[in-house]
Ligand binder design. Structure first.
Ligand SMILES: *Cc1c(COP(=O)(O)O)cnc(C)c1O
Length: 404
């Protein structure tokens, strides 16, 4: 059998649909974020990265770098094993304490990524709680969807951020079955924020546990970076808070926090926790330093808010349509995969601006977009340059303007 022919047939279809994924080959340069070297076919050039999830530039923070280097010198490179077999290092425990404290929970449990934490936690809860039903927001991330699927638990999808629909679904279930309401705080593609308090009120009314993904909010919302649940003073009523160390904290890894029993349960039964090598201790040390810094410092959050507001105002002045939301994510809607790709290519080639086109299946067809994430390290000049480029491209490509 000629397998490559089978592979290529599907790849060709993806390309014809405009949904093939091209990766930019970047070389991040410590101290110069959001600038990075772009290794393109015609050579290497500096570009300004406008779509990084290193939202606050913590990936190059001197304290975080120093913590990682110190820990490498002290402990070496890898963890030396799975958590179960010689891989649990002191630095992992220190980080788990830091995370539990961040969310005001009894315990925390580390994973190799946020994806793995969602996948492992939801698949374990859904498969080991007898008769469990998982109520999943329609906008949930792939990692939650896959975890729920793997659990084989009954799944009910409720309309995105729609508390009435959630309640209707909860009310239709038997009173005595275990129920999990799974949702996110900040949704990464539209940048909209869940009505967490209303969701928790309804979940409690029906005795459901709440599972909140704060991946796009940790480090950035709340006075200590505990996420939207901290900002809204509701964290204590959420059963499980999940997050990443790879976005605003600038390192890599994922985690859950909750009661001691909940974390011990996942620790004891989740295959995705048990059968994989633990994160390098140096990664844990760097993440802990980043979290501790953002607990005490508001400067990064304030700087980010300022630059987000500045970009939105500049787009408004030019009539460039962007989705309104209360978060740090600025989606500029194009609504066509080929045009979105083309704009992204022009921005890179002619303006040294890197923003990845966001196409199906990451977003629904017809809502293709450019998604900008201003950081405190994007300068006013960076913003002016971006908006000037968009103004020119909007004219060249005859794209629609926002109705004033
Ligand atoms: C990125 C993301 C994850 C996965 O986190 P990683 O640490 O990158 O694996 C989980 N949930 C949401 C909503 C995400 O956007």
């Amino acid at each position: 059998m000629d397998f490559d022919t089978l592979f290529n047939a599907q790849l060709d279809q993806l390309k014809a649909d405009g949904n093939y994924r091209y990766f930019a080959e970047l070389e991040r340069q410590c101290g110069k974020f959001p600038k990075a070297a772009n290794h393109a076919e015609d050579g290497v050039r500096d570009v300004t990265v406008w779509c990084s999830n290193d939202y606050l530039g913590m990936g190059q923070h001197p304290k975080v770098i120093a913590a990682m280097c110190e820990a490498v010198e002290r402990t070496g490179t890898g963890a030396g094993g799975t958590r179960n077999i010689s891989g649990t290092n002191h630095d992992h425990l220190l980080l788990e304490h830091e995370l539990a404290d961040l969310h005001g929970k009894e315990s925390a449990l580390l994973f190799t990524s946020g994806y793995v934490s969602n996948w492992a936690a939801l698949s374990t809860l859904g498969s080991r709680l007898d008769g469990c039903v998982i109520l999943s927001d329609a906008g949930n991330h792939a990692s939650m969807i896959e975890g729920i699927r793997h659990s084989r638990a009954q799944k009910v999808i409720w309309k995105h951020n729609d508390v009435a629909d959630l309640e209707e679904n909860l009310a239709a279930l038997p009173a005595n079955c275990p129920k999990i309401v799974a949702f996110e705080s900040v949704y990464s593609m539209d940048g909209d924020v869940a009505p967490i308090r209303e969701i928790v009120d309804v979940a409690e009314k029906y005795g459901a546990m709440t599972y909140l993904d704060e991946v796009h909010a940790v480090g950035m919302y709340g006075s200590r970076g505990g996420g939207v649940s901290e900002r809204d003073k509701i964290a204590d009523r959420i059963t499980l808070i999940e997050g990443t160390l790879g976005k605003a904290f600038g390192v890599v890894g994922g985690y859950i926090t909750g009661s001691a029993a909940l974390c011990d349960f996942i620790r004891s039964f989740a295959s995705g926790f048990i059968f994989t090598t633990a994160l390098p201790p140096a990664v844990a040390a760097a993440a802990r330093t980043s979290i501790a810094h953002l607990k005490a410092s508001n400067a990064e959050r304030e700087g980010q808010r300022r630059q987000v507001a500045r970009l939105r105002q500049a787009l408004d002045r030019e009539g460039i349509p962007h989705m309104q939301n209360e978060s740090h994510i600025v989606p500029v809607m194009i609504g066509d995969p080929v045009k979105t790709r083309m704009l992204s290519d022009y921005l890179m080639r002619e303006w040294d601006i890197y923003v990845q086109p966001i196409n199906y299946p990451t977003v629904p067809k017809g809502t293709e977009r450019l998604r900008f994430t201003p950081s405190p390290l994007h300068t006013d000049d960076d913003i002016d340059h971006l908006v000037k480029a968009l103004r020119v491209l909007w004219k060249q490509c005859a794209l629609a303007h926002a109705v004033a």
